[in-house]
Ligand binder design. Structure first.
Ligand code: ZEM
Length: 291
């Protein structure tokens, strides 16, 4: 039996479940990273609501949001760890799982602090519609990520998480992976954005009308092409964003350094710790959702 607060033991147990034969590319790391991101990306700096406190996806109101489709798999994968370490909050577990997964897939170390609190019911959840929509473009990215308090450089660095994992037709409507080795963290996403000849492919699905696709020279004809969301591609169609795409394509160390900082900031959104180290809730408790 591990002692309360032994986060190193939790980290080890998360690492031990990452490889899962029969799930996607044999690895649950990418979907855990997406869980940490969606748990945090509801933050609004103007109202100081949302963010990684609360673990609201346990409730239908947030968990059933179409934007969160597929994340029930991630939550089920980490449930045995919650049962083994009942003292950890879900909001700490989900953010820690993302950080551990990134490191384990060859990514940077990311500073992580414990202390998030879980909601006891669904009365304090942020409204739906705060997460980005992949079928849109750079104006939408700015609208969504400025609301969380990120700048242009941070938007491009965060987007590099799409070096991991894939899209699932039955979750988002989009399909395929961004890179050839989607369980290895690198700056390949930026290189491919600039290098490949991207073409529009119609999907004709609600929320996912089309996406960009391309093949790399080594690929067979019947291999699944690589993909980019309209939002990913828009990073190359905007001078300020493209500048950072080029820097990160050239310099993986710079990308890892910036990604570590921005992911650490992401999982801290809306978290304020009292002197005892426990994060009470932010303005969610003050009924600010009327506006
Ligand atoms: Zn994603 N993301 N994301 N993302 N994301 C998907 C998958 C993954 C956007 C988006 O619409 C989508 C960030 C930002 C943005 C990951 C991490 C992060 C999918 C596919 C979509 C549609 C879902 C599916 O079908 O399963 C948009 C528009 C974004 C705006 C920039 C940020 C920030 C992330 C972390 C820092 C990851 C790891 C995945 C892969 C999940 C998986 O199951 O493999």
């Amino acid at each position: 039996m591990s002692k309360e607060g032994d986060f190193d033991a939790v980290r080890k147990d998360i690492e031990a479940i990452l490889k899962q034969k029969g799930y996607d590319d044999g690895h649950i790391g990418p979907v855990l990273v997406r869980l940490a991101w969606h748990a945090s990306g509801t933050y609004c700096k103007d109202t100081d609501t949302g963010g990684s406190n609360g673990a609201g996806m346990r409730y239908e109101k947030e968990g059933g949001d179409p934007a969160n489709a597929g994340l029930q798999h991630a939550r089920v994968f980490v449930e045995p760890i919650k049962r083994k370490y009942p003292w950890i909050t879900y909001s700490d577990l989900w953010t820690l799982a993302g950080v551990v997964a990134i490191r384990s897939m060859g990514g940077p170390d990311i500073p992580w602090k414990a202390g998030r609190s879980d909601f006891d019911d669904d009365s304090l959840l942020p409204p739906r519609g705060r997460l980005p929509d992949g079928s849109q473009a750079q104006d939408h990215l700015r609208h969504i990520f400025y609301r969380m308090g990120f700048n242009d450089q941070e938007i491009v660095a965060l987007s590099g998480a799409h070096n991991l994992g894939r899209c699932h037709a039955d979750r988002s409507g989009f399909e395929g992976a961004w890179v050839n080795n989607p369980t290895r963290f690198s700056n390949q996403y930026y290189k491919l954005l600039l290098k490949l000849k991207w073409q529009k492919k119609d999907l004709n699905r609600e929320g996912a009308p089309w996406q960009w696709v391309a093949t790399t020279p080594g690929m067979d004809e019947d291999d699944e092409p690589l993909m980019m969301l309209p939002t990913d591609y828009s990073l190359t169609q905007d001078a300020e964003f493209k500048k950072w795409v080029e820097k990160y394509a050239e310099d993986q160390d710079l990308f890892f350094d910036h990604f570590s900082k921005v992911f650490a900031k992401l999982v801290e959104l809306g978290v304020y710790r009292d002197e005892d180290g426990v994060a009470r809730f932010n303005n969610l408790t003050k009924g600010k959702y009327e506006s």
